[in-house]
Write a protein that binds this ligand. Structure first.
Ligand SMILES: Cc1cc2nc3c(=O)[nH]c(=O)nc-3n(C[C@H](O)[C@H](O)[C@H](O)COP(=O)(O)OP(=O)(O)OC[C@H]3O[C@@H](n4cnc5c(N)ncnc54)[C@H](O)[C@@H]3O)c2cc1C
Length: 319
């Protein structure tokens, strides 16, 4: 095959596509619009930037997601090579230092002689072989072109981002380090809540001021990454069975399982930053600071990133 392939989008999918095409001896033009045009969630000009969680989920072969990653490794995946090289401690999960990961992926794709990286937004679907890898934050103009081509309205859902704090601001006199069920040593920081603290926290989450979504559309959430206030709205105990579940954790200070627990996962290689696992939110920034500082151990938390909510676009395509 001599025809070059156009790849639109330099995220995980676009980088992997460029890499695999290069391995097959096929040239590609990879269009990435950042930094010329940004998205609501990306913060850098790096290829393969992770906008929310730094975890690729479970890494063990007994799980479907672990098996998928191993299959990708055996297929020579660049995403997996870089993820393995930039791994940070995360118990049974594969999590990465997001900056090192994006740097590694950018360097790997830039080094491909057969791939030309073009920092430009494509607003129309090009003629010729094209891989559309613009992800959930496809630019509005290209989104409109897709809509015209497909002749139907877009599907959408809302996805959210969780906050990140500095490790130095966590009170380790209250929190402790451990992985759930002891799998993975002391990889996570755990902030325990007793029953009273938990229900007070849930009530504050429910009453906190939220950022409004576009008023003309219904807020449909991705069930796998729901804002904590939406979980709290579904019932006062939902969080205790979700991201605040205490199972597999014993507080070494009293030898008991806490009523609820907030886990913090390492976010950078240096171990300076930790994210609040599963704490996606659309509370206003001021409310996030106030409410999250109610969590024992986070009273003095210094936030380097706060949570936010974004509209994700997708199309109905054959699976
Ligand atoms: C708020 C939010 C939270 C998320 N949280 C998680 C999470 O916790 N865990 C998880 O697994 N996934 C999460 N996702 C989904 C996440 O985006 C994907 O897992 C992953 O990034 C998808 O990779 P991708 O390559 O398809 O898209 P992306 O990584 O988004 O890459 C697409 C690229 O295309 C570029 N682009 C867009 N339009 C154009 C254009 N017209 N021309 C040129 N370039 C363009 C963008 O700048 C971007 O770099 C979240 C998404 C959002 C928006």
């Amino acid at each position: 095959m001599t025809e070059r392939v156009t790849i639109i989008g330099g995220g995980l999918a676009g980088c992997e596509a460029a890499w695999q095409l290069a391995r097959g001896g096929i040239g590609a033009d990879l269009y990435e619009m950042r930094p010329v045009r940004g998205t609501e969630a990306h913060q850098t000009d790096r290829l393969g930037e992770l906008v929310c969680s730094n975890s690729f989920r479970n890494a063990t072969l007994e799980t479907a997601v672990g098996l998928l990653k191993e299959e990708m490794r055996r297929l020579g995946s660049i995403v997996m090579q870089v993820a393995d090289a930039t791994r940070v401690p995360a118990g049974a999960c594969l999590a990465v230092d997001r900056l090192h990961f994006a740097d590694g992926l950018t360097r790997a794709v830039e080094a491909l002689a057969s791939v030309r990286i073009v920092r430009e937004e494509l607003t129309e679907l090009p003629l010729g072989l094209t891989i559309l890898a613009t992800g959930p934050l496809t630019s509005p103009a290209l989104s409109q072109a897709l809509r015209t081509a497909l002749g139907r309205t877009h599907l959408y859902f809302y996805d959210a981002i969780a906050p990140i704090v500095t490790v130095d601001s966590v009170d380790m006199g209250v929190a402790w380090k451990a992985s759930r069920y002891g799998k993975g040593g002391e990889d996570y920081i755990n902030c325990p809540l007793d029953r009273e603290q938990y229900y007070r926290f849930v009530a504050e989450v429910g009453g906190a001021e939220k950022v409004a979504t576009r008023d003309f559309e219904r807020c449909i959430y991705f069930e796998g990454c729901m804002p904590i206030e939406e979980m709290a709205r579904r019932g006062p105990d939902t969080l205790a069975f979700g991201p605040m579940r205490p199972v597999g954790l014993v507080n070494p200070r009293d030898g008991k399982r806490p009523y609820a627990c907030v886990q913090l996962r390492q976010d950078d290689a240096e171990g300076r930053l930790f994210n609040l696992v599963g704490f996606q939110t659309k509370m206003t920034y001021a409310e996030q600071r106030r409410v999250f500082r109610m969590i024992p151990g986070l009273e003095q938390a210094e936030f380097v990133r706060l949570g936010s909510l974004h509209r994700n676009t997708f199309i109905n395509s054959p699976a």
